[in-house]
Every structure is written in structure tokens, then in C-alpha cells.
Write a protein that binds this ligand. Structure first.
Ligand code: NAP
Length: 197
């Protein structure tokens, strides 16, 4: 059964961006969250141009290879300059969740304005049995509230950013997690949790 997973680079104080993220400046002053993509000597098998440490490459490629579609929140989409009309993943299509129309969408992009359940269902339909990835802390929180998330991955970077967009927003009740994997790598610790509900 295809799963719904979410993977973000996050500071130790829980931010997925620094201050002032916006179009053209996706992570605000928190660009260091992505340093581990490029500070090693092992090329990613999934993403051209990424050179990671060996343990990071193994973990990152394994997670990326599972994906058949991605759902991104509107802010992730806008701050990433609409992914240049494509997708954040070289192989898989993108669904954007928003309350508003979007001006222009690329061939591999679909806008969903009828809620998180519909966005994930639409992504699942084209994912060919593979997993659906979620991008954006607001989107992830909405999906957790709806009970739709199976796994949460944190690429935890040893920095306190002190401000930015938080990974998790408030939830109406506790969500229980079971640790599945911890991988210590240069400049980042990869944490994979199963949502047990
Ligand atoms: N560190 C990382 O690995 C990482 C990964 C991904 C993204 N990011 C960064 O994170 C930032 C964005 O994250 P974020 O958490 O602030 O925002 P987000 O989750 O990307 O987007 C939130 C927006 O999505 C739409 N949305 C969410 N739930 C919805 C629902 N149930 N129905 C309809 N629309 C819904 C709303 O847009 P509207 O109301 O405006 O339509 C909402 O304001 C960006 O700066 C991005 O670069 C970092």
C-alpha cells in the first residue's frame, strides 16, 4: 500500500526556513539547512548535481526513490519560484494545495483547492503504487490533523535558526511516533518516524 511521507531539513529549534522566506529566497536566511546536499563526495542517484556524504546519500536516495508524486503547500510552491514550472523531484509530478487559483501551471503541475484529502488522493492516483511526499510545514500539519501521514522524516541540521517557518503547527491532540531509523551523517542527522496515531 502506498504511503504518505514527509521529509524536511529542519533546525534543532524546529524551523524549516530561516527568517524572511519568499519567492527568490525560499529558505530566507536559513540556506544552511541544505548545505548537506552538496558538502560530500557521493553523487545522488536521484538528483543531478547533489553530492552528499555517503551516509546522507544512502538515506536521501532511499527516501527519494520511494516517491511517485509530491504534494506541496502553496507557500512552498511560491517561495520555490513555482519550481520553474516543473516539480521539486526530477521524476515525479507535483500537486499544489491552495485555497486560491494559481496563474499559470506547468505540464507536471496540478492545483488542488478542495482540501488536503483531495490533494493526497489525486497524488496517489498517479503515483503508480509508490509513495506520496508532502512538502511544507502547514501542509504537513493539515495532513496530520486528517490522519493521512504514515511517516515523518527530519533531516536535522545542528543549528538554532532562532526564527522562520516552523515544521509543525499546533495540533488538536497528541500524535504518537515510533522511531524507525536514525542515521548520523556529517552536518546532519536523519530521523525517520512512523506515525502510529
Ligand atoms: N527545509 C525544507 O526541507 C523545506 C521543505 C519544503 C518547504 N520549505 C520551505 O517552507 C516554506 C513554506 O512552508 P509553510 O509551512 O510556511 O507553508 P506550506 O505548507 O508550504 O503552504 C501553506 C499554504 O498551503 C495552503 N494550504 C495548506 N493547507 C491547506 C488546505 N487544507 N486547503 C487549502 N490550502 C491549504 C495555504 O495556501 P493559501 O491559503 O495561500 O492558498 C497555506 O497558507 C517555504 O519557504 C519553503 O521554501 C522548506
Amino acid at each position: 500500500m502506498s504511503k504518505v511521507i514527509s521529509a524536511h531539513a529542519v533546525s534543532v529549534d524546529g524551523y524549516i526556513t530561516g527568517r524572511d522566506p519568499r519567492p527568490g529566497h525560499g529558505l530566507g536566511d536559513g540556506g544552511t539547512l541544505f548545505d548537506w546536499y552538496f558538502d560530500g563526495d557521493t553523487p545522488s542517484r536521484e538528483f543531478d548535481g547533489f553530492k552528499l556524504s555517503q551516509p546522507s546519500a544512502r538515506f536521501f536516495d532511499a527516501a527519494s526513490a520511494r516517491l511517485g508524486a509530491i504534494v506541496a503547500g502553496r507557500d512552498t510552491y511560491e517561495h520555490s519560484d513555482r519550481f520553474g514550472g516543473g516539480s521539486p523531484h526530477p521524476r515525479v509530478p507535483l500537486f499544489v494545495l491552495s485555497h486560491r487559483p494559481a496563474p499559470e501551471l506547468g505540464e507536471r503541475q496540478t492545483l488542488v483547492t478542495t482540501g488536503v484529502e483531495d490533494a493526497i488522493a489525486a497524488a496517489r492516483q498517479v503515483a503508480g503504487g509508490k509513495d506520496v511526499g508532502l512538502m511544507g510545514g502547514g501542509l504537513l500539519t493539515e495532513a496530520l490533523k486528517a490522519g493521512l501521514v504514515d511517516e515523518v522524516i527530519l533531516h536535522q541540521v545542528p543549528i538554532l535558526l532562532g526564527g522562520g517557518r516552523p515544521f509543525f503547527r499546533s495540533l488538536p491532540e497528541h500524535v504518537r511516533l515510533r522511531p524507525l531509523e536514525v542515521v548520523q551523517a556529517p552536518g546532519v542527522t536523519h530521523l525517520r518516524y512512523e506515525v502510529t496515531r
